[in-house]
Design a binder for this molecule. Structure first.
Ligand code: SF4
Length: 250
């Protein structure tokens, strides 16, 4: 009986996500961009967006930092093929990368937190700015229970800094619920997840985690005391990047 309740609850979560995506589409008058890292949660959202027939109304974008795992590129191609979509890749400017590498070396991000943040700014934040230019809505795969820094994530939040609605349809999902969804719907996943890579970013800055470790412990693991964030969603104060939250039902 408990299993039945569990699967009923998961089905309700699926319906909630569909309803949220439709509501998000209606709430954003202009273009909506979904930034996917091809991770578990983003693959779930890609599946739901495609199933709802919203793939023509929502732009898929990924940040191609130049340091991603080969498995990410393979999954990128597979996902496009499976869902009949195009995922636009946003890469850093060549001149900025050349300057960065000249200044700090090819793996200079290990030298200090500031050096790491500078690398993330060039390889991730600048491409994200371009991906979101002109958008009125930004869909993310954030979950509130991924980390303390993400605990305030809700469905729709006004991102005053970027002047758009930030939409996190999986904000109240657990990782197990996302995994269960992916298995039941045969969603293509990064094979690294099976090898302990829970949160997957750039290859040199991601390691597998041990059972019981926090989900984001494998990101920038040498920075013991720092928030495991690159600045896409959480500011330098360790809080979500936003000015005001507007919870929208459901
Ligand atoms: S995750 Fe690592 S390699 Fe990727 S942009 Fe940040 S510091 Fe650079």
């Amino acid at each position: 009986m408990a299993a039945r309740h569990g699967s009923d609850a998961n089905r309700q979560h699926e319906q909630d996500v569909e309803t949220r995506l439709i509501a998000a589409r209606a709430a954003c008058g202009g273009s909506i961009v979904f930034t996917t890292s091809l991770g578990l949660e983003d693959q779930v959202l890609t599946h739901v967006i495609a199933r709802l027939g919203l793939a023509r109304e929502i732009l898929f974008a990924t940040l191609d930092t130049g340091r991603l795992f080969p498995e990410v590129y393979d999954l990128w191609a597979l996902t496009e093929e499976r869902y009949g979509i195009a995922i636009a890749g946003y890469a850093p400017e060549a001149g900025e990368i050349e300057q960065l590498v000249l200044e700090q070396g090819i793996n200079g991000f290990r030298n200090s937190t500031d050096a790491r943040k500078r690398c993330c700014a060039v390889r991730k934040l600048a491409p994200l700015d371009r991906a979101l230019r002109g958008a009125t809505g930004w869909i993310t795969g954030l979950r509130a229970d991924q980390s303390q820094a993400r605990a305030d994530t809700s469905f729709m939040q006004q991102d005053a800094e970027r002047g758009l609605l930030k939409i996190s349809p999986l904000h109240d999902w657990s990782r197990d619920q996302a995994l269960d969804f992916a298995r039941r719907h045969d969603v293509p996943l990064n094979p690294l997840h099976e090898r302990g890579f829970v949160s997957i970013g750039c290859a040199p800055c991601t390691r597998a985690i041990a059972p019981g470790e926090p989900e984001r412990a494998g990101r920038w693991w040498w920075e013991q005391d720092a928030a495991k964030e690159c600045g896409l969603h959480v500011g330098s104060d360790g809080r979500l990047v936003r000015a005001a939250a507007a919870e929208v039902s459901p």
